[in-house]
Design a protein around this ligand. Structure first.
Ligand code: FNR
Length: 344
């Protein structure tokens, strides 16, 4: 891919502080290697929101996949089918949501961005329901789009042929007329950002499970649980939202503690291997999503590349589970991680 597209994909927000923190948080954790745990009945199967998954890796919503491969989201869907991975399709996909749903037998969730009008948001929601998506993921961590330096310097711009096809015919909303003394952030972006009432309205508008993506504070997690969402995704948007924010993995334990054991939590941002997935599960996630790794694989080798990556991740997770003495996903817990307090 061109340097500008690569920069757009790989970088975080502003100084990349959170991007780096996400990786460091995984590197800080260490897994106990247990011995003499034999078992032929090991399995990575799990249930999420009443749906069966063969393993805990989902493909995160990544916008405009036509930037990276001509087959775009259809290649990701093909790989998800082959490796039975959950697929979360972005509102900003290069392929119509109906077409992706028709080609996806794997569990498929639709990621929804609130639109400028309730009618437009509802329109997308109903299209996703009709197309057969099994859950809605509402992303809420980017009310203001972060600054990306490298891609701006290199002149990244979406090519004219790559439009957000799902939003064709939808009004992008009137740009607010702000006066000279107004802030583009507060009187601009934030004036129309969704609030708790909007989310309550959305929950009433669908019978599908709704998960909220972009949660890092335990109080937000508790409020969402009380409001009746089906689950949350602890995420820093891959370090592309708040720069200077904490790592997703560091946010996870307190959130798990706040919502209890039975609430569905996924995690993304920085997952690069099966051992990373294991660590996230040990600290309280039920499953993980991957973003950039599968887009690199998509760019390099299309559907085969993404399938190959998913196979590697799943194999790595199984090897890690075997070495950590965990035959099932439910065996993975905080006790599998080294903690200085375990030392006598
Ligand atoms: C994203 N992400 C994202 N999230 C979302 O909810 N809707 C979207 O349209 C996009 N688009 C998008 C584009 C690009 C280029 C990237 C890199 C990321 C965030 C994504 O779903 C996920 O949270 C992160 O990518 C996870 O972090 P890693 O695995 O990339 O470190």
């Amino acid at each position: 891919m061109s340097p500008a597209v690569f920069a757009h994909l790989s970088e975080g927000s502003m100084a990349d502080t959170t991007l780096r923190a996400n990786r460091r948080a995984f590197e800080r954790q260490a897994i106990y290697n247990r011995i003499l745990v034999a078992g032929e009945h090991g399995s990575t199967e799990l249930m999420l929101c009443g749906q069966h998954f063969r393993h805990p890796f989902l493909l995160a919503p990544v916008a405009h996949q036509g930037l990276f491969h001509a087959d775009a989201e259809l290649a990701s869907a093909q790989a998800a089918n082959a490796l039975e991975a959950g697929l979360v399709l972005s509102t900003l996909s290069s392929t119509r949501l109906e077409e992706v749903a028709a080609q996806t037998q794997a569990p498929r969730w639709f990621q929804l961005y609130f639109q400028a009008s309730k009618d437009a948001t509802l329109g997308l929601l109903k299209r996703a329901e009709t197309a057969g998506y099994n859950a809605i993921v509402v992303t809420l961590d980017v009310p203001v789009h972060g600054v990306r330096r490298g891609s701006q310097r290199l002149g990244f711009a979406l090519p004219a042929h790559l439009i957000a096809v799902n939003l064709q015919g939808i009004e992008s909303g009137q740009a607010r007329a702000i006066s000279r003394d107004d802030s583009t952030v507060f009187q601009g972006y934030m004036a129309d950002a969704p609030n708790w009432d909007d989310l309550a309205w959305l929950l009433k508008s669908t019978t599908l499970p709704v998960l909220i993506k972009g949660v890092t504070h335990p109080e937000d997690a508790k409020s969402l649980q009380s409001l009746g969402v089906a689950g949350i995704i602890v995420s820093t948007h891959g370090g592309r939202a708040l720069d200077g924010g904490m790592a997703s993995l560091d946010a996870l334990p307190a959130i798990r503690q706040a919502v209890g054991q039975d609430f569905t939590i996924l995690l993304d941002s920085g997952v690069r291997s099966g051992t990373d997935a294991f660590k996230a599960l040990a600290l309280g996630a039920n499953a993980v999503m991957i973003g950039r790794p599968y887009i690199y694989a998509l760019a390099a080798a299309g559907a085969l590349g993404v399938a190959h990556l998913l196979r590697i991740l799943r194999d790595e997770l199984e090897i890690t589970m075997a070495q950590a003495g965990c035959l099932r996903i439910s065996d993975i817990g905080p006790h599998t991680l080294f903690s200085p307090s375990h030392l006598c």
